[in-house]
Design a protein around this ligand. Structure first.
Ligand code: MEV
Length: 421
């Protein structure tokens, strides 16, 4: 049934029970369905209702732990929040295979984010550009006055760049403010700073500022991860197969998109588990993948002199361990504790390693038996669970569906009914 109207004045002011009642009527929900919303909100309504508006429940995801990760010589158990079956198992497996050659080596640049000020109505672009450069130091001081705590911690605005861009609305002067945001994701910090310097830029140029906002194309905050998978461990055929897959991804954006999706399976899962903004990370990743004018893979593979497979991943990772919900979300906080991370840079490097592991695991499966066998096995278990099977019933139904090559909700229901007889 379509909602009677979506115009619900002051929904945000209603009590929790009032909201549920309105939703029940609007969406024709049963008492059981309302109970599901209430049940999942029970433990955390207080916390989540402060995060967004109009909250009625919690959308939960499984939180799994990826084991076997050896990163820069340190052991890590890595929390991953993801709904897709086989992602966590695949990461564990790739990490285990990488241990034969010392695990993952990671590095990263300083956590520098970029903010933009769009200046319009400029009459003389050359003079405006020169004037801004002359006042660069004052602009940086002004920006830093907006976050003295960050500056005291060794961060702050460090530089600015200027570009004149030709756009469909005519030329524009864009000022890029570079800010070391230390352990924060940094969008709030940068947004405050670019809004703070915009009036001065207007005075200097005679123009007016339109957009003043952080860029998610975080090209100054890049992580590199590398690992070697030994030929004798993974087999020469897998080495060749992954190289073929890598070549296709570089030649074909259709494949590059899916190749990168495999990387983001791992990246997003850790980003979400640690309470970070996965949309920002996604936006950064895909814009970085297209930085050469063609959408390309974020990772690459080659053979070393021993014939082993070397994988390398390079991508921007704008994540934090302070600010946002990283401190207010109790599960995110626990995940950070489990990871034992001391800085945002360290967390970003771990996430880079997981992205590479996830990518290698997907390619290895693709070049061997293909995705569907393992995936459908897990999927068939989900389906068995969904029709009401529990414990051994799930395995029995899943095994039958796999052996019959018929994995569907309908068949799961039939088998469940058969079992119950
Ligand atoms: C599925 O979520 C991700 C893969 O399709 C990635 C890939 O094809 O490389 C397996």
């Amino acid at each position: 049934m379509a909602p009677q109207t979506s115009r619900i004045p002051e929904f945000y002011k209603k009590s929790y029970e009032e909201r549920l009642q309105i939703l029940k009527e609007q969406a024709d929900l049963s008492d059981e369905e309302i109970h599901i919303l209430r049940l999942h909100a029970a433990a955390s309504f207080g916390t989540v209702s402060r995060m967004i508006e109009n909250v009625v429940s919690v959308m939960f995801l499984p939180l799994g732990m990826a084991t076997n990760f050896l990163i820069n010589g340190e052991e890590y158990v890595i929390p991953m929040a993801v709904e897709e079956s086989s992602v966590v198992a695949a990461a564990c497996n790739a990490a285990k295979l990488a241990r034969y050659s010392g695990g993952f080596k990671v590095s990263s640049t300083e956590p520098v984010m970029i903010g933009q000020v769009q200046l319009l109505g400029i009459e003389d672009f050359v003079t405006s550009k020169n004037t801004i450069f002359c006042y660069k130091d004052r602009i940086l001081v002004l920006a830093n006055a907006h976050d003295r705590v960050l500056v005291a911690n060794g961060g702050g605005a460090i530089d600015l760049e200027i570009q004149v861009l030709d756009t469909k609305r005519g030329p524009m002067l864009i000022v890029y403010l570079l800010v070391n945001v230390c352990d924060a994701m940094g969008s709030n910090i940068v947004n405050t700073m670019v809004e703070g310097i915009a009036p001065f830029l207007e005075d200097l140029t005679g123009g007016y500022a339109r957009l003043r906002v952080v860029s998610n194309y975080a090209v100054r905050r890049v992580v590199k991860a590398t690992a070697i998978w030994k030929k004798e461990i993974i087999g020469a055929e897998v080495v060749e197969g992954v190289l073929d897959a890598d070549a296709l991804a570089f030649a074909d954006p259709y494949r590059a998109a899916t190749h990168n999706k495999g990387i983001m399976n791992g990246v997003d899962a850790v980003v979400i588990a640690t309470g970070n903004d996965f949309r920002a990370v996604e936006a950064g990743a895909h814009s970085y993948a297209a930085r050469n004018g063609l959408y390309q893979p974020l990772s690459t593979y080659y053979k070393n002199e021993e014939g082993d497979l070397v994988g390398e991943l390079e991508m921007p990772l704008a994540i934090g361990i302070v600010g946002g919900i990283t401190k207010s979300h109790p599960i995110a906080q626990l995940c950070l504790k489990i990871l034992r991370v001391k800085s945002a840079q360290q967390l970003a490097e771990i996430i880079g390693a997981v992205g590479l592991a996830q990518n290698f695991a997907a390619l290895r499966v693709l070049v061997r038996e293909g995705l569907q066998r393992g995936h459908m096995r897990l999927h068939s278990k989900n389906m068995a669970g969904n029709v009401g099977a529990v414990g051994e019933e799930i395995d029995a139904i899943a095994d039958r569906m796999v052996s019959e090559h018929c994995i569907s909700a309908g068949r799961a229901r039939e088998l469940f009914e058969e079992l119950k007889k």
